[in-house]
Ligand binder design. Structure first.
Ligand SMILES: *Cc1c(COP(=O)(O)O)cnc(C)c1O
Length: 373
């Protein structure tokens, strides 16, 4: 993968001047700084970052320089990355399923906090000797609001969470609670519902929790609506009144922190009647398209001008020889679309770089830093 730093430019100017031969991931560091500042100013607790959303070095280094307090890591690979790039940050190992080897790795790396959603996994942590550490019990509720449901894989039901929290306290570990509302959550009240459930669980367990980790799930502007985090912070803050004694708060946004500071440009390789072939698809940077709303986009001609033709719905294919390498939705592309044009999708900073495959020899992309997206 190539890295280019071209100051004083926009995606449009970069594409016109460089005619790149591969998809281009545009990163506006100032936009990331601004979003991090929004979290620091508005969220009344510790702001951490979920590494899996975007593990690019430029992103991690920028968040570290911006004073982020910790990282949600899910594997020895992510732990190693953060220890190298941001050595003093706290590590929260919040993948609730870990092998004994992974637990030992985390202990050796100085992990400060762990999540659990199952008694067997808690027993593994206790046996490994995570003395004095924080253990956050991850629970789930049947609430909507997000683009897809995270509770399908992880999270204890409320009565089991009560039981687990009591086991954590009885083992002399620092009790905490955590949840994940589901990614790209547009409903601030989903957080409030979860926070009140956390208060209920702590009360039923008769355990005073040290911290409540409200997880990630905060939205990006991929659906075209502007993002304001303040209603989410207000909903969380208001619901905290359900606790007699307020625990400290932690959040661990992934998408909400990094998506909107990036755009992703893909090029039209070939055009046939009603069909468009791109230089990237669902095996690469567009892997979220089958499960999420298509991000807003603009179309840029090779000379840098915007295509403004009337929109025609077209079938769009990716570059590999696999017939499922097709975008699930027709894309409304301008009627004057031409070979060599660029489609620049907005809000593409999350779940792109970490999930791009090398299938069929594709997967290269250029990373370009810009002033404005
Ligand atoms: C993926 C993940 C996140 C980040 O989710 P987003 O929807 O990208 O904000 C936060 N916490 C945990 C435990 C996760 O697995």
């Amino acid at each position: 993968m190539q890295q280019r730093t071209v100051p004083q430019t926009t995606p449009q100017r970069f594409l016109a001047a460089n005619n790149p031969m591969m998809p281009v991931h545009f990163f506006a560091p100032a936009a990331l700084d601004a979003r991090l500042a929004e979290f620091h100013a508005g969220f009344d607790g510790m702001v951490t970052y979920a590494v899996k959303a975007n593990p690019d070095e430029a992103v991690i280094r920028r968040l570290c320089a911006g004073g982020i307090a910790g990282f949600d890591v899910a594997s020895p690979g992510e732990i190693t990355l953060i220890r190298r790039l941001c050595p003093r940050a706290a590590l929260h190992y919040n993948n609730p399923v870990r092998s004994r080897d992974e637990i030992a790795f985390g202990i050796a790396a100085g992990v400060a906090s762990w999540s659990v959603d199952d008694a067997g996994e808690l027993a593994k942590l206790i046996a490994a000797g995570v003395a004095n550490n924080e253990i956050a019990v991850r629970f789930k509720l049947p609430v909507g609001g997000a683009a897809y449901n995270f509770g399908a894989k992880f999270g204890a039901e409320e009565p089991d969470a009560v039981d687990l929290l009591q086991q954590v306290a009885a083992a002399g570990l620092t009790p905490a609670l955590t949840f994940h509302v589901g990614t790209q959550c547009r409903d601030a009240q989903a957080y409030a519902t979860y926070v009140r459930a956390a208060a209920r669980i702590a009360q039923q367990a008769e355990v005073a929790i040290a911290r409540l980790n409200v997880g990630g799930g905060f939205p990006s502007a991929r659906d075209g609506a502007p993002v304001d985090m303040q209603p989410f912070f207000d909903a969380i803050d208001g619901a905290m009144d359900a606790f007699g004694q307020r625990p400290a708060l932690v959040c661990e946004p992934g998408r909400g922190l990094v998506a909107d500071s990036h755009a992703y440009g893909v090029q039209v390789k070939s055009l046939r009647a009603g069909r468009v072939y791109l230089n990237d698809g669902i095996y690469g940077g567009l892997s979220e398209f089958p499960s999420m709303v298509v991000p807003t986009f603009r179309v840029i001609a090779p000379d840098g001008t915007l295509r403004r033709g009337r929109a025609d719905a077209r079938v769009v294919f990716g570059p590999t020889c696999d017939s499922i390498d097709q975008l699930p939705d027709l894309l409304p592309l301008p009627a004057d679309l031409a070979e060599g044009d660029w489609i620049v999708f907005a809000a593409m900073g999350a779940y792109l770089s970490g999930v791009t495959t090398r299938f069929n020899g594709y997967g290269d992309r250029m990373c370009v830093q810009v002033d404005h997206l």
